[in-house]
Ligand binder design. Structure first.
Ligand SMILES: [Zn+2]
Length: 310
């Protein structure tokens, strides 16, 4: 069957949107094996190379890749790093740039806009502008910046989400090493999910890291979902194919959202190659019913954001 696909987790591959300091952390981990001791110059040199290759400022390349992989729409995630990284642009400027990308590629992108609750009332204004003026469809949180997804400072945002039927996607699991991993556990969302039962929460990477905790949330909290973004970088004996085949047998396929984490997943495999392997007849979903496949590939995210897959 021809499968409709929405990629539930991507970013624009642009040095304007992904801060240099974030990439420095990624570079540091890549070099960890070869560095004798902490070497700022080497880390900076590698991160400069990576950053200089992030040139898809208008999403044109991403749309070309989506076309070649039969992906009709992608969710663009725009984390707010401006509270923790000096090199990060303000969320208002990122929001405007992503709105323009949506206009340039009409009907191809769904934006989840970031906030850092420590920006206070300014963050509320920015979030409202994103939702009401720009037509963004979700809230993106990055708790490793230093706040819990259940922190009361986020309740005003969740109230807005409840009122306007807006889902919340939050990063879980490890990330760039300058950030804290303390608030990256799937259980951290528990209070928020219990107190705001009409708001849907998506545990980003929940199918890939801290999987048992994420699956448990999905099984017992009706409003918690997970995505499998970052799957192509999975190591381990069974690789991502073995891992996901197992994940899809755990009875939560109505909660699982397909996503690649492009361009971060570009380090291991091209976009088209990830997609081709994924939807192959004898691939990771071979034991799923057709309806389950549809849910994973587009229906679950479609339902949460109120958008069809074209
Ligand atoms: Zn991501």
């Amino acid at each position: 069957m021809h499968m409709k696909i929405i990629d539930g987790h991507t970013h624009i591959n642009s040095s304007r949107f992904i801060p240099a300091e974030f990439i420095q952390g990624v570079a540091h981990n890549m070099l960890a094996d070869s560095l004798q001791k902490f070497d700022r110059a080497k880390i900076n040199a590698l991160s400069t190379i990576i950053h200089s290759q992030m040139k898809d400022h208008y999403g044109d390349q991403l749309v070309t890749d989506m076309d070649s992989a039969n992906v009709s729409k992608s969710v663009l995630l725009v984390p707010d790093f401006s509270y923790v990284f000096n090199s990060a642009d303000s969320i208002d400027s990122l929001a405007k740039a992503h709105y323009e990308i949506c206009r340039r590629h009409e009907n191809r992108f769904i934006v989840f806009i970031g906030v850092d609750p420590r920006h206070g009332s300014q963050a509320i204004l920015s979030f409202k502008r994103g939702i009401f003026d720009y037509g963004f469809k979700g809230l993106k949180l990055y708790p490793p910046c230093g706040y819990s997804s259940s922190d009361p400072s986020l309740y005003p945002f969740y109230e807005l989400c409840a009122e306007h039927n807006i889902p919340v996607l939050l990063h879980t699991g490890p990330t760039s090493p300058q950030l804290t991993f303390r608030y990256a556990d799937p259980f951290d969302v528990d209070d928020a999910a219990r107190l705001f039962p009409s708001v849907n929460f998506i545990l980003a990477h929940g199918g890939i890291v801290n999987v048992d905790a994420a699956v448990q949330q999905c099984q017992f909290r009706p409003n918690v979902y997970l995505d499998i973004s970052g799957f192509s970088s999975m190591s381990g004996a069974e690789g991502w194919v073995g891992h996901l085949t197992h994940l899809f047998s755990r009875g939560i396929n109505h909660k699982i959202i397909f996503g690649t984490d492009w361009p971060l997943s570009s380090m291991t495999e091209t976009y088209t190659s990830q997609l081709t392997k994924f939807v192959a007849q004898d691939g990771v979903m071979k034991n799923c019913l057709d309806l389950e496949k549809e849910k994973i590939m587009y229906k679950n995210i479609s339902k949460l954001v109120g958008e069809t897959a074209n």
